[in-house]
Design a protein around this ligand. Sequence first.
Ligand code: SF4
Ligand code: SF4
Length: 285
Amino acid sequence: MPLGHRPHLKALCQRASSSCGACCGLYNREDHGESAVRERLDARTDALALLPRTPEAFRAAAERIAAAEPPPVFPSVRVCPLLGWIDGERTRAGCLAHPAVTGGPDLRDQGVYDASTCESFLCPSHSWLTEEEAEIVDFTCGDTWLYGLVVTDVPFVRAALDAVGALCGARLERRHLERAAVREGLWRLFALKEELEPGSEGLFGAFRPGADGEPAPRRIDYVSMGREGSPWDAILLCVGADPRSGNDLDRMEGEVRARLEACARAVASASPVRPPDAWSRSCRR
Ligand code: SF4
Ligand code: SF4
């Protein structure tokens, strides 16, 4: 899945600045905070690093890794122990069983699916996101954590871009992100996904685990909180901004409003363009 399985177009799995492993189960654990995810990817990468590139060795290692990890939140979304870091700097999540990573043998049959499933699967975002929207998410996130949370939640991306556009009076475009302040403003809006309470359903977009383990649609029960609704409902729903999803509605709504307004101000301002390589994760906090 996440490594170059769509050579005919710019797949979402490995982009210029970001990578995703969501469909290999990257976030499908109760603790899906960034440090927990990084720890798991570290452990798997270390466990597989020195193994012979054989089906037997990878199958046994996959079983050991899986047995050491906690259970999934969504049982229907499998968590593959062969997802790890595919670059030496450990900045890109990807398939450690892919031939391009093993140096020859295709060992994806030893994961939770089979190689042909891994090769052919494309998540729905590939059908729904435009290339420009994908570029915006990649360029704004530029990592292997927030990117996967955002790029797989098309309603959230659309709601965020629509809301910024409504405030600005014009749609936010990729060219606007050349301005560092705009990029930072949009990053802060997207980063709502990083700041949810542990275990929040908002990490999975506008869905929750259904009784059968399949994702089920959610909605915010404003009436039970004495509210009629919110102008930012589309965003709030995607981040799970209600107590049942583990987050405080008023606080989240205030954050959404403040971040939208900051982003819109940045679009409207005439701040000078900063080159992309001056942009690092450390300066976005
Ligand atoms: S969830 Fe989508 S973008 Fe992410 S790795 Fe899977 S197919 Fe690629
Ligand atoms: S083998 Fe595992 S990590 Fe690799 S693409 Fe398939 S599911 Fe993802």
